[in-house]
Design a protein around this ligand. Sequence first.
Ligand SMILES: [Zn+2]
Length: 302
Amino acid sequence: MLVKVLGAAAGGAFPQWNCACSQCRRLRSGTFAGQPRTQAQIALSEDGVSWTLLNASPDLRIQIEATPQLWPTGNSLDSPIQSVVITAAEADTVAGLLSLREFQPLDIYATPSVLRILREDNSLFGLLDRVPRQAVWKEIVPDSSFAVGSLQFQPFSLAGGFPGFVGAGRKSELDEREAVLGLLIDSSSGGSIAYLPGAAKVEDSWRQFLDECDVLLFDGTFWTEDELCRVRGGGKGASEMGHLPLSGPCGSLAALRDIKCPRKIFFHINNTNPILDESSQAYAEVRDAGWEVARDGMEIVV
Ligand SMILES: [Zn+2]
């Protein structure tokens, strides 16, 4: 299985258009020891010909253009992208679907609750239903495996609610377990990846797959609990936003210290997180602990 990291940043990207935090400022001025990143986006393929996207980021169009494997090869409308697996109804995970609206046949997998938010509450997504069999919407539920081509997916529920734009009335009709999914993905050759871009805590029940998977893509959003509050002068803490910070005695670096997965990668990294700065102490700590920091264009063979 080939795993392409098309975008490694959290929502807002790096730099973020309206952010003048120290890191965004230094990146813009050319004095930052690290790279810009687009918003979180993964593409998977077993044969290098047909591709499955994990979510659809707001940066998807430029991410496709930066990735020759995803360019059309025929003479007319065509795409190697066959399917999209959606793990939440956030703008960061679904907005890119609107960039795939040009009458391209696509299989789109999401939970029944996420599909209701997209298809019943947001008429704009009707752009994907203009001709028969344009989008084929497929329901998936936590703890029930499904196949996309030769890839086998095992979705599981992650702590975290529905997006803030979903009204209270609608939320009361939805199943909270369907709000945010993690994914275990097995290739036919035996390799596997675990995909957890948003995790508020590390569950004991994950231990077995964290030990057995070949590659872990884990929530790298924040270094500290109060990181965003300090930049914005207020607001929610990391945990309240569904993200376990990396540092500290209860952080993900400590919680995942002993897992046996041979390749551990922090993914979905907010522009305020100091692990983006390769001259920082935080970056050194992460690397010393055996972790990689995802970057755009990273290619992983599993
Ligand atoms: Zn910033």
